[in-house]
Design a protein around this ligand. Sequence first.
Ligand code: SAM
Length: 276
Amino acid sequence: MLGTMADLPPLREVIAKHGLSASKALGQNFLFDAQLLGRIAAIPGDLQGKAVLEIGPGPGGLTRALLAAGARVKAIEMDRRCLPALAELSETYPGQLNVVEGDALAIDHDDLMGEPYAVVANLPYNVGTALFTRWLSASKWPPLWSSLTLMFQLEVAQRIVAPPGSGAYGRLAVLAQWRSTAKLAMKVHRSAFTPPPKVMSAIVHVTPAGMPEGVNPRTLERVTEAAFGQRRKMLRQSLKGMPGAVEALAELGIDETRRAETLSVDDFIALARVLG
Ligand code: SAM
């Protein structure tokens, strides 16, 4: 089906035809630049014949690029106004696009996809972190998703890929890095969006890595929550409420006067392992 992109009307025409004025409440900031969209769709690698989950296709700019790359796309969109425009796209790429109307937070993505899939999305900023946390907290590991290629506000993207010691390093970095590899793939200027958001954006690319043995994800979550909940305090203070945590620091040779942001992801993994 490659090449059919040329038959489609410009996205701005689609927006005008279907009266798709951007809704702030739905976090709508649309991308129209086909070249940029093609570069985004290339981040996960060759998508020919692959299953892709897109959240929030909107008028379908990114969807077009994914379809042109040969992906089989299932897209969840909450805004009914976008459905006719997406139906036209389905007609251009028969059998390649399946649109589900609904709230992506209320839908089981693994059930919907039923096979390994890549997630590619220009996420609505108001639900982006909640979705991201859910993908990374999958009970089965490696998860059914094979990669996440996601647009975030730059500040959130920086928190996801932050190294220890940096101000941006915290719970999100540990969650994104303890059994995955997270990279900042591309910065996107605010002027690329319609309407332009107040801040810069960036695309993060995440792939699952091996799961460290003997770590209970809930324990890791609790220890990072406690440690970063009072990030300016020494660990002996911030971890005081967690039974056995201060003793675990001693056992691992981690100085209890250090602060959470100085611990590596491996340190947190080791702590969770000792705490069981
Ligand atoms: N993919 C389009 C693009 O790149 O131009 C639109 C991206 S826009 C930032 C986010 C899209 O997510 C909007 O179309 C919005 O209606 C949709 N959306 C917002 N909340 C949603 C939710 N909870 N579930 C599914 N879609 C949602």
